[in-house]
Design a protein around this ligand. Structure first.
Ligand SMILES: [Zn+2]
Length: 348
């Protein structure tokens, strides 16, 4: 099969479609013919090396060579032994959450708290290929009316954003929501989910074009280049500040994100692409009764909830571009130059 096999860290020129043996499904696994796969930070970091050489995956290092690709939709092509429910020809989207299944966290449904928690396509071979092997329990049936490209845009970012806003921050209709880094995968997901939840939304973006796209999703946009102290603009719109901030960026935006919260407001976080050591006076947190809530990916319930809302048409993920897998270099270039608004999806 053809696949993007990352063999070394380097620039765009290290990316190519290689011919490599197709994987064979083992016990309880299915071989899925990949019809769409979305790009994430981790695919770019796997190629470029982690930002600043810092380890980004506290639960283990990525080993090269590696086929990445967390967000996969496709068709079941072949079954391994002892497969109970999956059938050949079934349309599926992959739930990327892998865990031990037996510890106290797994039993209580909190798979991403499991000590053995890992992610399909990040710690196991993923979907930047014509075929991928997936454990049967990670297959989610996809009805005919949902395009593969739309389904592939959902798993990592929409599960994370759902976890952040709905499960952890408990966003309610009528509340004010600020989304920082609003043009990225998690940011656009937070806008789509925030609108669904009935929040009034503000979005921090990097340029006018992205501001217009955030406005089309129902947000008041604030250009962070014009307003690096964006909390002042947030307070100009909201008075006391927002009820909820979704900040997937990290150190670069934390101080202003926290200052954008009203007393008692909740900030929910899922990543540190903009650095992991913010310069903040902790009195700004506790003296204003502000809360900081971690949400690194969600659990299987978060995944199923958000996927079913997409299948029912209640949520429509934002897709920036759909490209053939052979244009993997262009996809990485687009992602790294931050020109995208929403997900970049590749089709093998
Ligand atoms: Zn477990």
């Amino acid at each position: 099969m053809r696949a993007v096999v990352i063999r070394e860290h380097g620039g765009l020129d290290t990316l190519r479609l290689d011919e490599t043996p197709s994987p064979a499904p083992g016990r309880g696994e299915a071989l899925v013919r990949v019809r769409a796969v979305a790009l994430n930070n981790l695919d770019v970091w796997a190629r470029s090396g982690p930002p600043g050489g810092r380890p980004i995956f506290p639960w283990g290092r990525m080993r090269l060579p590696m086929i990445t690709g967390v967000d996969v939709a496709g068709v079941v092509e072949q079954l391994g032994s002892d497969v109970r429910t999956a059938t050949v020809g079934q349309r599926v989207v992959v739930n990327p959450i892998l865990s031990c299944g037996t510890c106290e966290w797994c039993v209580s449904g909190e798979q991403s708290m499991c000590a053995e928690y890992h992610i399909f396509g990040e710690h196991t071979p993923g979907g930047m290929a014509e075929y991928a092997v997936v454990p049967e329990q990670n297959l989610h049936v996809l009805p005919e009316h949902v395009p593969f490209e739309r389904a592939a845009a959902v798993p990592a970012c929409y599960t994370t954003a759902w976890r952040m806003l709905m499960t952890v921050a408990r966003l309610r209709a009528g509340e004010d929501l600020l989304v920082v880094g609003a043009s990225g995968g998690v940011g656009t997901a937070a806008l789509v989910i925030g609108k669904f939840a009935g929040a009034r939304m503000l979005a921090i973006v990097g340029d006018e074009g992205k501001g217009a796209k955030a406005a089309a999703l129902g947000a008041i946009s604030i250009n962070r280049k014009e307003h690096p102290q964006f909390s002042e603009r947030v307070r100009a719109f909201t008075g006391a500040g927002v009820h909820v901030v979704a900040d997937p960026v990290g150190a670069a935006t934390w101080p202003e994100s926290i200052r954008s919260l009203r007393p008692g407001g909740r900030m929910t976080i899922c990543g540190a692409t903009g650095g992991e050591r913010p310069d903040i006076d902790i009195r700004e947190i506790y003296q204003r009764h502000r809360q900081i809530l971690g949400a690194p990916m969600g659990n299987v319930s978060d995944f199923r909830t958000v996927m079913d809302l997409v299948i029912r048409g209640a949520l429509t993920p934002v897709i920036h571009a759909v490209l053939p897998l052979r244009e993997i270099r262009e996809a990485h270039r687009m992602f790294e130059s931050r020109e995208h608004f929403g997900k970049i999806v590749l089709v093998p």
